[in-house]
Design a protein around this ligand. Sequence first.
Ligand code: GTP
Ligand code: SPV
Ligand code: MN
Length: 623
Amino acid sequence: LKLSNYPVFHHLRGISVIHGDLNVLTEKVRAYVEDKIDLCQPDTIHICDGTDRENSNLLNLLQKQGTIVPLPKYQNCWLARTNPADTARVESKTFICTEKKSDTIPTPEEGVKGSLGNWMSPEHMDKEVIARFTGCMKKRTMYVIPFSMGPVGSPLSKIGIQLTDSAYVVASMRIMTRIGQAVTNIMDDTTEFVKCLHSVGTPLNGVVENPSWPCDPERTLILHKPQTNEIVSYGSGYGGNSLLGKKCFALRIGSTIAKREGWLAEHMLILGITKNGKKRYIAAAFPSACGKTNLAMMTPTLPGYKVECVGDDIAWMRFDENGQLRAINPENGFFGVAPGTSNASNPIAMKTIFKNTIFTNVAQTSDGGVYWEGMENEINDNVEITDWLGKPWNKNSKTPAAHPNSRFCTPAKQCPIIDPLWESPEGVPISAILFGGRRPVGVPLIHEAKNWRHAVFMGASLRSEATAAAEHKGKIIMHDPFAMRPFFGYNFGHYLQHWLNMEKRTTNLPKVFLVNWFRKGSDGKFLWPGFGENCRVLDWILKRLDNEDCADNTPIGLIPKKDSLNLEGLNGIDMSELFKLDAEFWEQEINAIQKYFEEQVGKDLPPAIREECDKLKNEIKNM
Ligand code: GTP
Ligand code: SPV
Ligand code: MN
């Protein structure tokens, strides 16, 4: 296997560099790599250059190892099947490491188990790291991935160096971030970078059960040390645990940097919407698997509207010198939920994902394509289907064909409606922020925050049905403040104060709304058609941005005045059910939120949020 045209006589700590040029690494990067070579003891080193040729060599290698299979129905598409024990983020094994516990998580009430993140001491972290990483890359290659979150060289971008023993991770990072020469070219000895160490690991007994997808689920651990901008992830190859630029860097470490530097790192999509030639940008925070990718790529059903996509998962936002909030998407690709994606629900995604894409844990068709729940009308009746576990599957099977958290990993630039400014170094101007979640009961289709404090309270109170994106079982309603619960890099109480402080940075705050596409009727069916029809809700938001008098005040916020939500051409919408405000429901809701704040955030809860809570409680009494 000829891996490169680089000479093979370079060594680092006595280990051969089999690909790439050592000289592109700065002193600081080299010192970091050497330190981790001593710890992990790889057989060989591969310094990623990001070239097409490197990529096709890695894909060949992965195919030879049986990690991926080609999907000949499409162009340069691949299917990876993970170990069935390694299919989602593991929140219970994800920790933030700080000297003081209270820097990481609020102190819960006595006898209450904290649910706003996990803390570990740095000493404990060092012990756990040594136990897992010592010699963990023996007989393996250590890949060195220089990467940029955000357009290379943008003042808002940040650089990372990920070390990993997984070629799948390299191929995926190449799609999700900007990697290689473009990044090393702009680095010098003063360049700061986030240190990201990853190994898929080997179980303690030394037996790798599934050699095509090595992992160590029993000892999986994902650690973050904000003080030194360091991430260490062991035991899992699944995206959210292994593509360290994404949740670990862009959100957890990112939010701690953002706190220090006065900006926001959020679990938000960014979209541009044009109506009658006037364009606005909107950011929206929904919990995992709750509709960000779908909204970011929406095809509006109303004539005269155009939606363009800047990003589908993460926004880095700051107020510029004119007090305008600006956002960049730090990512370079979409790591999107596959099930439910179809030409009916998300035709734009369908036009994006059938070239240069790595699919993970979807089902496979006998004509060399993919299949998942929701694609029933997209495949030939005569094809045979193999499920994500590699077993024959048919429509009568009792288990799903694709894992509910199966994903596509696809380049953003392939999206036919990618926004012309999606790589703009200064970011796009944000006019509105949306929060949302899966609320089958009680929460109306849309309501608007009364002011900034109320908006922060709204984000803090966000709740949603659990999804397959993490290890939670069943469809319980979980608190998921700001859709960030799994991704806070520091104490949530301090995070709330940081958001409240934004009021001091500008006189031009974005308007804030809460949407719920998921309310159900007594028949158990969704009351709102969703997807492309969500443009009707965006249309109402645009009217509010233009200060149109189209909202009525209610105890929970502003809702559309009668007939102000454009329902033209849409039949059978039960508006009274969609917007019904039930006093009993809201009393329970505010009590649950108050209990959550008192138990989980306690003395770290900013007084302004406690006041908002009391205010709402009083207003609900008059409902
Ligand atoms: P992460 O990538 O996990 O952060 O999730 P995401 O928020 O990007 O989720 P995504 O857009 O992929 O949505 C996942 C699920 O929500 C899919 O099953 C979709 O079919 C469903 N969904 C998205 N939008 C709507 C909608 O407007 N109505 C309904 N009923 N379902 C929706
Ligand atoms: C999420 O779970 O919110 C995702 C997918 O966007 S992952 O990158 O795996 O976390
Ligand atoms: Mn996400």
